[in-house]
Ligand binder design. Structure first.
Ligand code: SIN
Length: 542
């Protein structure tokens, strides 16, 4: 009677291919770059399985070559969102009735298509549209996407231990989808997240309206095709490109709005809480709000740390994918005793980085996502380059002729309360505070109280006792805490990802904890032999 899936073992993580010269994957990726770059699709909204091209066309351009048009999408808004909601709600009863094993088969097929025949298409779209290097695309749109899809199937079967049944009755807990639809709002920076946010609720039996970031439209288009190819039924995942506020508003004010799966800015996420608060009496069910937002992620070097290890953690952590990971290292705390050697090493390493077109495989960095990001980051550079109490250690300039290129930039800043230590810049800019070795203890408090965010953080130290102290004192400063590593690169099934405070609801993407938010459990008791008398033995006279 009930759909109670049997537990499945956890899969292993999808291996990361090397793309070294001479490998077959390198040749396949180069061919895909040429093909995907020339396709120039007219990207449709997907509503109830129909491809809809309503709304003004908008060009999709490559951040590292902004004259290059990669395709067009159509600017959708509230009216299309209403149609998508209707299509989702029409598909909901049949999808909720679809047995878990069948839903699991569909998303497993999506995983295997993404791992195999569509791998290089997704990688190429992510490189061209989001300016990721081959390695960054591989760990995102190949490995992490595949891991989300495969691991979620296994996690979903492990959510609830079935309750006790007795000789009198059988008991079961059934995981129902939410009553209504889920809105997935996805960011430009990870194709894997764009794939996970709609598919995780859908796997649990929910119907979804998905609004991808405009600047991720090309890879989102290939993800939508992946879901179609895998057999996701029409109406289960509906995709609307375009104007975020009007799509978001139409969804969040709808009585059937049952959940939000969000990655993006703190400001936008908070605005959903406001709209939900204003409309709380209109909903059929209390909407689940699950969001991952910003970060101001720290790296603390202990005086015992190895300078080369700290330098690599900072350069990779701060500058890979141009610092546009929510997890990117953006503030570092370095003891005075290590600073001269670390400073020299950081200057050397950043000087060697190739920043440029990601089709040149020597590049470690491409361009920032768009002109708006470029303007924000260059205005920070202009401010910091001339401000007293600030030493420019590396970078500090940018170039916009061909693409939106911002140099990997490091500032040493005297004032640990400076805005650069608490505002999220979302780009390749690292602020360093040099602390007196004798004030290490105060530095832990400083890290904890300086930023409103609490997403990731790292401590590098050869002193185990200090690592234990730092882990305790910084317990609430990061949802993902790294020891002797950079603060980026969480792997599904290994480091479930998310943070609290202003960084989000910490519902850990890539874990059973996240999937639990997309179900409404029902407990069912079946009594074998129902009583036929009202009176209890204790009520007898003697
Ligand atoms: C992110 O979600 O922005 C980054 C994940 C990671 O680097 O660990």
């Amino acid at each position: 009677m009930l759909d109670l899936p049997a537990p499945r073992p956890l899969p292993t993580n999808e291996p990361t291919l090397s793309y070294a010269p001479g490998t077959t994957e390198r040749a396949a990726l180069k061919a895909a770059l040429a093909r995907v770059g020339d396709e120039r699709p007219d990207v449709p909204h997907v509503i109830g399985g129909a491809h809809v091209r309503d709304g003004a066309p908008r060009e999709i351009r490559s951040p590292h070559r902004h004259a290059r048009v990669l395709g067009v999408f159509h600017e959708g808004g509230g009216a299309l969102a209403e149609r998508a909601i209707d299509a989702a709600l029409a598909a909901a009863p049949a999808w909720a009735e679809t047995p878990f094993d069948e839903r699991a088969r569909i998303f497993t097929r999506a995983a295997e298509l993404a791992a195999g025949p569509l791998r290089q298409t997704l990688n190429a779209a992510t490189m061209l549209g989001q300016s990721k290097t081959a390695y960054q695309a591989e760990i995102d749109s190949a490995c992490e996407l595949v891991d989300f899809l495969r691991f979620n199937v296994a996690f979903a079967t492990q959510l609830v231990a079935q309750p006790l049944s007795t000789a009198l009755a059988h008991n079961a807990v059934e995981l129902r989808p939410l009553e209504g639809f889920v809105l997935a709002v996805t960011p430009f920076n990870f194709t894997a997240i764009a794939g996970n946010l709609p598919s995780a609720p859908a796997l649990m039996g929910n119907v979804v309206v998905w609004k991808p970031a405009e600047t991720q439209s090309l890879a989102a288009y290939h993800l939508a095709r992946l879901f179609e190819a895998a057999g996701v039924p029409p109406g289960v995942i509906n995709v609307i490109y375009g104007d975020g506020p009007s799509v978001g508003d139409a969804c969040a004010r709808h009585p059937a709005f049952a959940g939000l799966h969000f990655t993006g800015s703190t400001r936008v996420f908070q605005s959903f809480f406001r709209v939900v608060g204003e409309n709380i009496s209109r909903y059929r069910t209390y909407p689940r709000l699950v969001g991952e937002t910003g970060g101001k992620d720290f790296v603390l070097a202990h005086p015992s740390a190895d300078v080369d290890e700290v330098a690599v953690a900072l350069v990779r952590g701060a500058f890979e994918f141009q610092g546009q990971k929510c997890s990117a290292a953006s503030r570092a705390y370095v003891p005075r005793s290590l600073w001269p050697r670390l400073r020299a090493r950081l200057t050397e390493l950043t000087g060697e980085l190739v920043v440029g077109d990601v089709e040149d495989f020597r590049a470690l960095m491409g361009a920032v996502i768009d002109e708006r990001a470029y303007a924000r980051l260059t205005s920070w550079q202009a401010r910091m380059n001339t401000e007293p109490g600030v030493e420019r250690v590396a970078g500090g300039s940018a170039s916009r002729e061909v693409g939106w290129f911002v140099e990997p930039t490091i500032y040493r800043v005297d004032d640990p309360g400076h805005a650069i230590f608490h505002e999220e810049l979302f780009g390749p800019v690292l602020a360093v505070f040099v602390y007196d070795d004798a004030r290490l203890d105060e530095t832990l408090d400083l890290i904890d109280r300086t930023s409103p965010y609490a997403l990731t953080g790292a401590v590098l130290s050869a002193d185990r006792a200090f690592v234990a102290t730092a882990a305790r004192r910084l317990r609430n400063a990061a949802g993902n805490f790294y020891v002797n590593d950079k603060p980026t690169g969480a792997v599904v099934g290994q480091q479930p990802f998310g943070g609290a405070r202003a960084s989000g609801t910490n519902d850990k993407a890539g874990s059973a904890l996240n999937l639990l938010r997309w179900v409404s459990p029902r407990t069912v008791k079946e009594t074998w032999v129902p009583p036929r008398e009202v009176a209890y033995p204790s009520m007898a006279e003697r």
